[in-house]
Design a protein around this ligand. Sequence first.
Ligand code: NAD
Length: 277
Amino acid sequence: LTSLDIVQAPAKPVSAAPKAQSAGSLSHQGKVIIVTGAAGGIGRASALKLAAGGAKVTIVDFNEEAGQETLRLIKEQGGEGIFVQADVSKSEDVQRYMNQTLETYGKIDCLFNNAGIIQKFSLLQDIDEEHFDRIMNVNLKGVFIGMKYALKVMEKQGYGNIINTASTAGVRAEHSIAAYSASKHGVVGLTKGAALEYVKKGIRVNAICPGGVATGLTASVPQQLQESGYVPEEFPNMRMGRFAEPEELAEVVAFLASDASSYMTGSIILVDGGLSL
Ligand code: NAD
């Protein structure tokens, strides 16, 4: 086939293809968006940004006090939301935050599956099996359960949007965090699999891959690295000379959660200041 053949080939109708939504619109007005891990870091910054854009936000976190603080900050800026205390690795908790969102707002436009934990830095042979299980349960199974129940709702609605938080460690190796890296590679796999399965059902699924972000999660990393005896070459030498601010990730989340990204699905988006170059 030459490119001309391709241009001249009759367009095949695709049944049940999602309609182009008002492309170009960055608005979140009227959207109902669930943000997990919204008590801090990337989740809180995203919840605040989305609420400021007009979304009704369900804040999900197991940290009650900090989760309520996110809700207070949203209300302070004139936004709307609810807080649901939940452990994303527990199916009954996930179904509860999904149901509470539906009972309160009647639909789910977007799920930002963001809650996650970092691994204790060590060589693979020294990772405790219990610790491995916990990393997988929160970072991978938590994302899976969230997607599973959101997709049931979104399929019935005929539309939906899922954003998962992976990591640069989800697309390449990073030293001393093999379990975390495996969990994040798994998040990338779930994202691609669901994007493929639901592309004709009006549901988009994408993932972001942060590099280093200045949040609670990374606060302990320098000390952990020292203790682990391995300091990766890139760590003190972030390409931009600094970590990202959580708000810089929230900008990308806001774009993915909006109709401006209507042609994007299955995209694994690095937001890493060039870390993985
Ligand atoms: P953070 O620790 O500031 O926020 C994570 C939030 O998730 C916390 O509020 C925590 O209470 C919540 N949480 C953890 N386990 C939970 C559970 N089982 N149920 C409910 N809530 C739970 O960290 P962050 O940096 O904002 O991390 C957000 C996401 O970004 C994580 O998935 C993390 O792996 C990913 N990430 C972070 C970085 C970084 O450099 N900070 C880099 C790559 C990826």
